[in-house]
Structure formats: structure tokens, C-alpha cells
Design a binder for this molecule. Structure first.
Ligand code: NAD
Length: 303
């Protein structure tokens, strides 16, 4: 058997088209362009690249991006003051604080300072708490887990009652991905670096999500035949045949896994394009909610 490929490029392109159309409608109806503020602290090259990619995505969809860069030694009050100023700015719909922050900063306090209505990364503790709890709905779902959910939905996977194994429990991917899957009524096992028998768990899984940052950790012999495999990993693997000396591989050994799985995401071209597409979706949703609040405000009698 050779697994069906889950085409993240195509699914992300459809999401971007939807955002572009809805942003245009918002502009036509309210003369209003959604705005995303990015906050980058320091000069981590990977973080700077991610922020640039997000700004470029905004430009391609008719959204405004407003970059803010603070020095690597910025103090906590300076970062908090910037977040508070962005909260108060009515031209800003979404605030993205690029993670990881330099170690001297208190990430939780900074994420908690973001206005819930502008928390387009979905990392505010209240949004995460609502994602975790029954009968609660977060305003925004973190972008990579949200992208994973969309990939599964577009693939036609039944989540209710499925056995899902998530490998990796980072705050930005693995843990919220497990929470998203349990909210969709899957039975979720969360594996991590201390898990003793990874293959034993994986072998029973209908759905496998891998986000560990270890090249090709999960191999085909660990999978249940027909499983749906979502590979979040982005790793450089030395490859002398390539001009730059490496190629990008996931956390799943693609060739052995595709021989066993029912469907699988490629790397690149699977989860990667979805993360930014979902950020654009969340920013547009924030702007639509903003426009709706303003419309309602005009209906209220002046006091
Ligand atoms: P992280 O380093 O913060 O967390 C890694 C997790 O994997 C930890 O919970 C750890 O316990 C677990 N782990 C490590 N080794 C393990 C092992 N041998 N067995 C089981 N679990 C193990 O990483 P992260 O930020 O979650 O990123 C994971 C991967 O996903 C990286 O390759 C990263 O580049 C990629 N990533 C991709 C996107 C995207 O948009 N496609 C977004 C974020 C991260």
C-alpha cells in the first residue's frame, strides 16, 4: 500500500483564498483593513525569518502587518508596555509575540497581557484553558494545531472515537494538538521524551501526529496499517548531493511510513504552509469580530 498524500500546499492555498475574499468584503463593507502587529524581541535568525514570512503572507492577502522589533536585552516592562499599547490601538486586530522570547523575559506574563480578542496565536492562558476544558470555546486556536485539525478534516478523517497518538508535548505544538484532538472526541495518548514504549503506543493509533524535532524518529514499522500520519517536524539532514549540503526532512521516515500509512503529510508541503494560513485566518476572524463589535456599538443608545 502507498499512502495518499495530504497536500498542505493546496489546503493552505484554499484557506488563503477564503481570507483574501473575506478581507476584501470587510474593506468594502466597513472601509477597514485587518491589521496584524508582530513583536520580535532580539535577533534570533529563525524567529526573524518566521516574522518576515508572516508579514509577507499578510501583504499577499490584503492585510496590514505592523512590525515591532525590540532589542534582545529589552526589559519586561518595555515589552508589556508595547503589548498594552497594541491592545489599545483600534487599528490592530491581532498581536503576535514571536516565541521563543529571550530567557530573561517572563513569557507567561507577556502572553497574558495580550487582549483576548487580539490573541491570534491562541497562547493566552485563558484561550489555552478554554481549549483544554469541556464546554468551553477558545476565541482562537493555536495556529499549528489548528492547521493539523484542518488537514485531518480535509482528509475526511473521522476524529470522534479515533485512537490518536501525539508525539511531543511542547506548549506551541504537541500539547495544544492533543487538546484539539480530545476536543474533537478522539481518544488521545500524549507521548514525550520520557515515554518508555513509543512504538507500542503508535501501533494502535488511527491518527499519529509527530512534533519532536528528531529527524525520521517514527518509522513505518511502528505504525498501524492505514494510519493517518501528520508530520510536523522540520529538520535539516546532511545530504552531499544537494548544493546547500542538506535536505529538509520531517520527524517521520517518509518512505517507510508511506508504505504502511493510509494518508501522510509530506515535509515540506504538509503542516508547514498551514501554520501561517491559520494565522491569517485567525487575524481575519479577529477583524470580523472587531467590525461586529463596532456595528453593535453604533446601535447602542448614547448615554
Ligand atoms: P520542542 O523541542 O519544544 O518539543 C519537542 C517535544 O518532543 C518535547 O515535548 C519532547 O519531550 C518530545 N521528544 C523529544 N524527543 C523525543 C523522543 N525521542 N520521543 C518522544 N518524544 C520526544 O519542539 P517543537 O517546538 O514542538 O517543534 C517540534 C518540531 O516541529 C520541530 O522540528 C519544529 O521545527 C517543528 N515545527 C514545525 C512547525 C510547522 O509549522 N510545521 C511549527 C512549529 C514547530
Amino acid at each position: 500500500m502507498s499512502a495518499r498524500l495530504i497536500d498542505g500546499q493546496a489546503i493552505a492555498a484554499a484557506i488563503r483564498d477564503d481570507v483574501r475574499g473575506r478581507a476584501e468584503a470587510l474593506r468594502a463593507a466597513h472601509g477597514y483593513t485587518p491589521g496584524l502587529a508582530t513583536v520580535l524581541v532580539g535577533d534570533n535568525p529563525a524567529s526573524a525569518t518566521y516574522v518576515r514570512m508572516k508579514q509577507k503572507a499578510c501583504a499577499g492577502l490584503g492585510l496590514r502587518s505592523v512590525p515591532h522589533v525590540l532589542p534582545a536585552d529589552a526589559r519586561q516592562p518595555e515589552v508589556q508596555r508595547l503589548v498594552e499599547a497594541l491592545n489599545a490601538d483600534p487599528s490592530i486586530d491581532g498581536i503576535l509575540v514571536q516565541l521563543p522570547l529571550p530567557g530573561h523575559l517572563d513569557e507567561e506574563s507577556i502572553l497574558s497581557a495580550i487582549d483576548l480578542e487580539k490573541d491570534v496565536d491562541g497562547f493566552h492562558p485563558i484561550n489555552i484553558g478554554r481549549l483544554a476544558m469541556r464546554n468551553r470555546t477558545p476565541l482562537f486556536i493555536p495556529c499549528t494545531p489548528f492547521g493539523i485539525l484542518r488537514l485531518l478534516e480535509e482528509t475526511g478523517v473521522t476524529l470522534r472515537g479515533a485512537d490518536a497518538v501525539v508525539v511531543g508535548r511542547s506548549n506551541i505544538v504537541g500539547l495544544p494538538a492533543a487538546m484539539v484532538l480530545q476536543k474533537a472526541d478522539a481518544t488521545v495518548t500524549l507521548c514525550h521524551r520520557h515515554t518508555r514504549h513509543l512504538a507500542r503506543h503508535l501501533r494502535h493509533a488511527d491518527i499519529v501526529v509527530v512534533a519532536v524535532g528528531q529527524p525520521e524518529l517514527v518509522t513505518g514499522d511502528m505504525l498501524k496499517p492505514g494510519a493517518v500520519v501528520i508530520d510536523v517536524g522540520i529538520n535539516r539532514k546532511p545530504d552531499a548531493s544537494r548544493p546547500n549540503g542538506y535536505r529538509i526532512v520531517g520527524d517521520v521516515d517518509f518512505e517507510s511510513a508511506r508504505a504502511v500509512a493510509g494518508a501522510i503529510t509530506p515535509v515540506p508541503g504538509g503542516v508547514g504552509p498551514m501554520t501561517i494560513a491559520m494565522l491569517m485566518h485567525n487575524t481575519l476572524r479577529a477583524a470580523e469580530r472587531h467590525a461586529e463589535r463596532q456595528r453593535l456599538a453604533t446601535l447602542l443608545p448614547a448615554t
